[in-house]
Ligand binder design. Sequence first.
Ligand code: FAD
Length: 434
Amino acid sequence: MPMEQSRQLPAGAAPEPHRIVIVGGGFGGLEAVHRLAGAPVRITLVDRRNHHLFQPLLYQVATASLATSEIAWPIRHLLRDRPEITTLFATVNGVDTSEHRVLLEDGGALPYDTLILATGARHAYFGHDEWEPFAPGLKTLEDATTLRRRILVAFERAERETDPQRQAALMTFVIIGEGPTGVELAGTIAELARDTLPPDFRNIDTHKARVVLIEAGPRVLAGFADDLSAYARRSLESLGVEVMLGKPVTACTADGVVFGDSNLAAKTVIWAAGVRASPAAEWLGAPADRAGRLIVNPDLTVPGHPEIFAVGDTVTISAPDGNPVPGIAPAAKQEGRYVAGVIKARLRGDKTAAPFRYAHAGSLAQIGKRLAVIDFGRIKLRGTLAWWIWGIAHIYFLIGLRNRLSVAISWLWIYLRDQRSARLITQGSSKVVR
Ligand SMILES: Cc1cc2nc3c(=O)[nH]c(=O)nc-3n(C[C@H](O)[C@H](O)[C@H](O)COP(=O)(O)OP(=O)(O)OC[C@H]3O[C@@H](n4cnc5c(N)ncnc54)[C@H](O)[C@@H]3O)c2cc1C
């Protein structure tokens, strides 16, 4: 039902509030929820996880620097003061556009007047899904704790391994992908091996761990200015990371990776390259780009469906410079905010929405515990100052004072003492990694 029409009501009944269903409580969905405060609507927010996740710090959980609860919050709790919102823990697997219903995996359905799809993206293996068991990616809390387990168990097994070749493979960590996640993982694993672990082991020298960053393209942090990218590469190398550029990976197996014409034995391989959008475009039968991202109208509605909006990593739209809006949290938030504004205006009877306009605030990446790069366009920062700004910005964007304090203390401890508080292997020694 178009949102301007009212539903059939018994005579004398108060008009029912407009029903909005939001799928996804990530950055885009949650921002839309916040910006719809005060509107005459009833909102149902449905997510297949019970928590909102601060993905930019996931790699810190994977590398035992932060605990899971420091970067994730129960969505239900975040929205406890909004009586007009119902939070549902369920997985969406389709949309019935003709009946205006969101379809749930368990057979349920949610009627909507307006729908916002904010279902994000996952990592993709460029047609090689068979690599996933050997080179897991990082997108969810489960991914992060799985990686943490693999990294820590590799050191534990190396401590007991007597065969030098197998020990070397256990102490070789490969990260595939040059973006901020790949760089951040490589730098932090190198610091874990170099600064945190050495005093705790007796049979191995963790300084000898190899951290190898492999990338098919010509530079790391390709989205940053050339000089920052070169600085990031030098900084990684100063931490002991081996940076292999221009070498596409052609195989990932239980024994390691093949890249260029090299075969590298490694028991821990991490995938940090390539994303694939959620299947929102498939649910709607709508046009999508090669990564499965919905191609939306300038007002972020789905072509042919003015009552359906889509935001965040699951859509593609051009920025004012003609390039696609990047798949980053501020973009998803700006889109969520914009869509909330359009819906509020429509409810007031104003149907003339100005097109969405993305404003890029800057790009940030941490390289090590005292090094970062920041690209604000005209202003470019690197080194320790950039690291402090990076840290303050991330603490600012976390939710809640307790988490901000907790993360700040964890980082201070790493900064001063090299101790990482979350070095826990939670599933016992009998569950062998692979
Ligand atoms: C490891 C990593 C590091 C990153 N680092 C940065 C960074 O440093 N800076 C930055 O700006 N951005 C970073 N990003 C990108 C940023 O996190 C995303 O751009 C942002 O999360 C996109 O927001 P979104 O709302 O589109 O999707 P998400 O935040 O991913 O939210 C999608 C939500 O939809 C839910 N969902 C998905 N499918 C379904 C379904 N079928 N049914 C119900 N619920 C569903 C999910 O559970 C999730 O809660 C990083 C991403 C990753 C993975």
